[in-house]
Ligand binder design. Structure first.
Ligand SMILES: [Zn+2]
Length: 520
């Protein structure tokens, strides 16, 4: 590190604006307030929180947001340049932007001549005045103004002179930052580097970058823009956004800060990166991306026996950064392939001094083999394996015992579950309906347990997978059910195997609940 130690990079998160344009994403006002708090806690500089001109809900959000005390972030309202032939002070969208009452505004304007002529249907000169006048209007209203040059890279390719004229117009209007947007996400990182560098030498104004992931290179493009001199990076923490999404800031931030020595967020906050990404995924109601660099649940998951052996000796042998540095954790995936090395960390949680050659380790390795033969698989279900290990070591504390259950499937495809349990020495009987047997079971089980264990309310199932296993003999085929659950902070997997799908689901479901209760 070192050489860039004092180079401050402004992180501008647009989860609530560009991210909200992603497929399957829909935020309520309360969701938005939660996400603002999470991003502010991480220490980003700017949060673009909506488009008050085009969306009533966004205006309601900005009203509520005024009461928030933010530690580091400033809120940004987003909107377009004024309409053709209308001065900004008479343009309804510009006025709504003022109503949002934020310290900062982001104004997008066209920088590709084709768009000006054929989409906006304006004269090229007219668009330049619209850009300049709008930026000036907001500067005079005391706002910090980001000018988003939409389609800058495509515009430059087709008419470089005009694309630069648009930036000049924004600079003349007093823009605080010229943001170069790869709106269609089709520009390669080397080209982004070259053009960003060129703009940085031509203008005194701060330069920013806004990349989309249509070529899978949004994070790379953002990093290259910073290397070329941009000091402002726009993206969304989890990479959600139009089409293939925006640059994932959870990738860009640690690359810039941990690898290149730029300062994006306060150093002490880097360890919050993973939990913030998962909390936002939770609010967004999307399953967190397991393979996300740095913050994914698989980002530091080792499976091959040699890898596990290597990492156990020297972590950097198979890890490019330390998982703790970004608040993630190392996982050894338990499977026949990984050998005894993978089960040791789980054993040591309960018996710290146990060795690889101990009787317990040998026994547990034997149990694992046997269970895998029966069709269990713990690679994506380490919570279940941890419960197996605990029980084997005699630590199994039972939070509840099942006495019986009954599932009734109705003709309209709904199901009801009747469950009899013993909790805390008492017998509990509950019933619940659901949109299928597993849903009904989950609801009935929670009904019985939530009174005793209120923190189960935070937990929810995010994935349910069923796989029919090839039968090894003439008996009925077995099924394996894998369930993934989250409480917003952690994601864990559990597994159940049985000839009966309801029974297999029950096993995975109760393991998941037991694991959550064990975490406390
Ligand atoms: Zn965008």
């Amino acid at each position: 590190m070192g050489e860039h130690m004092n180079n401050k990079i402004e992180i501008f998160d647009t989860t609530l604006r560009d991210g909200a344009q992603g497929e399957g994403v829909n935020f309520s006002v309360v969701d938005k307030l939660d996400i603002v708090s999470a991003l502010d806690g991480l220490g980003v500089a700017y949060i673009e929180a909506g488009n008050p001109g085009s969306n009533q809900k966004d205006l309601a959000f900005f009203e509520r947001a005024q009461g928030m005390r933010l530690k580091s972030a400033r809120l940004v309202a987003f909107g377009s340049t004024t309409r053709r032939g209308v001065p900004p002070k008479h343009d309804q969208n510009c006025l709504s932007l003022l109503d949002a009452n934020t310290e900062c505004v982001a104004i997008f304007g066209k920088s590709w001549d084709m768009h000006v002529k054929q989409v906006l249907r304006a004269e090229l000169g007219e668009n330049l005045s619209m850009v300049e006048d709008t930026v000036r209007f907001f500067r005079e209203a005391g706002k910090e103004v980001f000018f988003d040059a939409e389609h800058f890279f495509d515009g430059f390719k087709h008419n470089r002179e005009y694309a630069l004229k648009v930036l000049e117009a924004a600079a003349r209007g007093g823009a605080d930052c010229l943001v170069l947007c790869d709106t269609n996400g089709g520009c390669f990182p080397d080209r982004i580097y070259e053009l960003t560098g060129r703009v940085c030498t031509l203008f005194q104004t701060r330069v920013g970058i806004h990349c989309h992931n249509d070529c899978g290179m949004a994070a790379a493009g953002s990093v290259m823009a910073v290397k070329a001199g941009a000091c402002h990076v726009q993206g969304t923490l989890n990479g959600i956004g139009e089409r293939c999404g925006n640059a994932a800031l959870s990738t860009v931030i640690p690359n810039l800060q941990e690898k290149l020595g730029y300062a994006c967020i306060p150093a002490g906050n880097m360890a919050r990166l993973t939990e913030t990404a998962r909390a936002i995924a939770e609010t967004t109601n999307l399953a967190p991306d397991a393979k996300a660099p740095f913050v994914g649940v698989s980002a530091f998951a080792h499976k091959g026996g040699m890898h596990i052996d290597g990492v156990s000796k020297i972590s950097r042998s198979f890890e490019h950064v330390a998982p703790e540095s970004v608040g993630n954790k190392r996982r050894f995936l338990t499977s026949e392939m990984s050998g005894r090395g993978a089960i040791m960390p789980i054993l040591r949680k309960y018996a710290p001094n146990i060795s690889k050659d101990s009787k317990e380790a040998a026994e547990l390795a034997g149990i694992l083999k046997k269970l895998e033969f029966e069709g269990y698989q713990y690679e994506a279900a380490e919570a279940s394996f941890e419960l197996v290990a605990r029980r084997h070591l005699g630590h199994g504390r039972s939070f509840f015992d099942l006495i019986s259950y009954r599932i009734i499937n109705e003709q309209d495809n709904t199901s009801s579950a009747l469950i009899k349990l013993r909790v805390d020495g008492k017998e509990e009987v509950t019933a619940a309906d659901g949109s299928g047997p597993v849903h009904a079971m989950d609801r009935a089980l929670r009904k019985a347990l939530e009174m005793f264990y209120p923190n189960l309310k935070k937990m929810r199932l995010i994935d349910y997978k069923v796989r029919v296993l090839e039968s090894r003999d003439a008996t009925a085929a077995r099924v394996r059910v894998l369930i993934q659950s989250t409480d917003g902070a952690e994601v864990w997997g559990t597994v159940g195997v049985s000839a009966n799908i309801i029974d297999a689901s029950w096993k995975a479901l109760t393991d998941s609940i037991e694991y959550k209760l064990l975490k406390g």
